[in-house]
Design a protein around this ligand. Structure first.
Ligand code: FES
Length: 161
């Protein structure tokens, strides 16, 4: 952990340690840690455990219970491919396959260069544009296997890759 980030996390925790029942603020602390590091590494959870005096097993339990906590490093871009019904019937399965082939990863994985993380989603609320994927909050619609590869190449170009 970098010293600046660790200090920021420590300061954040200190505020809650003044309150009654500090361990009830564990979720807020885990959110802050994820915001700082992008994911919850084991050493980050151990640091929180020592600083808040909460057993590491409790922290692990909370971190694994909520799906919004990431336990592994994420790429700079998270690609969420919608596999909801409207997208699926319009070829989202083929789109997902094309992305996997292009990135050489499966759902839930991150490319070795830490540029992309691939995940599936269920209805991104843009069924009219099906099939759809979201890249760091930006919707891309009317996808085809060919189009999706071009979009990935554009993101790579942005990164100078
Ligand atoms: S099913 Fe894909 S956006 Fe709704």
């Amino acid at each position: 952990m970098s010293d600046t980030k660790r200090q920021e996390l420590k300061d954040f925790i200190s505020e809650y340690m003044q309150k009654d029942n500090p361990s009830s603020y564990l979720i807020a602390v885990l959110h802050k840690a994820q915001e700082l590091y992008g994911y919850l590494a084991r050493e980050t959870m151990e640091f929180i455990s020592e600083t808040m005096n909460v057993p590491a097993a409790n922290i692990w339990g909370v971190a694994t219970f909520y799906h919004y906590f990431n336990l592994t490093p994420r790429g700079k871009y998270t690609i969420s491919v919608c596999l909801g019904t409207a997208c699926y019937v319009k070829g989202a399965g083929e789109v997902m396959e094309a992305i996997k082939e292009e990135l050489h990863i499966k759902e839930g994985e991150t490319t070795k260069d830490m540029t992309f993380t691939l995940q599936e989603a269920r209805c991104l609320g843009a069924c009219g544009l099906a099939p759809v994927m979201m890249v760091n909050g930006k919707i891309h619609g009317d996808l085809t296997p060919k189009k999706v590869v071009e979009i990935i190449k554009e993101y790579r170009k942005k990164e100078g890759k």
